[in-house]
Write a protein that binds this ligand. Sequence first.
Ligand SMILES: [Zn+2]
Length: 440
Amino acid sequence: MKINQNGGFAKSRAEQNRAAVEEDRVLPKDSRAAAEPAAETFVLSPELIDDVVASLGLGPRPVEVQTIQIGDLSFPVPKQSKDTAQNMDSNNDGVLETWEVGEYYQGALEDLGLNCNISDYAKTEAYHLAGAKPDYLNAYLSSRQISQKLAELEENHRDRAELVVLGKSTEGRDIQALRVSKDVRSEASKSRPSVIVTGGLHSREWATHESVLKAADKFLAGDSPCLESLEVWFVPNSNPDGLEFSRNGNSMWRKNTWRDENGEIKGVDLNRNSSFNFRPEGDTAESTEDDIGGSDDVNAVTFRGPSPDSEPELRALKALLDAETNALGHLDVHSFGELLLIPGSKLGASDKEYRELAQAVNIGMKDVDYRIQDSADLYPTSGVLNDYADSLGMSALTMEIGTSFQPDPSGLESLLDNASDGILAFVEHLGKKNSAVNRP
Ligand SMILES: [Zn+2]
């Protein structure tokens, strides 16, 4: 028996099969009397019939799924989603509902140990299957709106904020950063040690863009001593094409919009494309069977790309990391799971500094308690941007904010508030540590 989201019970397919078989057995009263077997006839018991039916894989044919139902809205099932929708329609009624989508993924998400709001997760997936724009779309900012917010922040804080274009995306959009420091246009500000915060590397992680924006907003409006001692780079939208693609009927899209030789959008996972540890030993380009940490399959969500550093978005971010030779740290904001991930397996080596940094971020977020763990313990990864920052000697941390890719708008404000506080705690911790080291 499976519990659905309304707390009711959905019949399993086997139970439905049994019920249908029982219905078939109900004959009109008089015909039943006529069919009364002679005493010596072998009687098939109902249990035996069920066993035979089950062993032959018979029973009613699955009903073809015609509709995806999300709350009050129903959508026809697009061709490309037919098979998936059919697999998920556990009560076999021809209508795929969000609780069925949630049930389908729940086990896998639990196995990963992620804190997850299944109903928000399932809603995003259901919109993706329907190829429709989510009803909560306008609660989130588009790439154009993020650019507008950045321009506003620069305009309102000209002494502290400077908009910088790091490079161009696959489709020619600007990859923008807001450089924040006291007297930001002075030469002195450029030589200050820096902290780099990136968000939106994965398209579907819609709250990450805005938590970086919100952190920039709070930092600019406040009076942190770090404004004078540091140069902080806020990059809220690392993958602007991907964000737009995910907002237009592909809500589960994670990659950029790289096209294959036929001109079809396949996308590269920008967080698997870095030349640092691009292809772990034993993972060959010729096979997808031996994939480790990233995939050579263009259709995989973790496709690592045709070659190391092939993607312009990743190159723009790496150029910033490379140029900032005095950078103290890099924080990469992702979602979801409520985790603070330390590159590789440093905690195993009991790295006190990393643990202190992650704890400072956690303490900075008042209403939540994120789990601190080695990223290697979540799942193996390769070609990761944050690992590259770590290899350059920066304090690197990945934050997995919230409990779904696109939280319901009702929970968005508190999520952004906590996440932005966590981001600023990262900045403050590194700033404080640095000034303590440099004190005469
Ligand atoms: Zn991510």
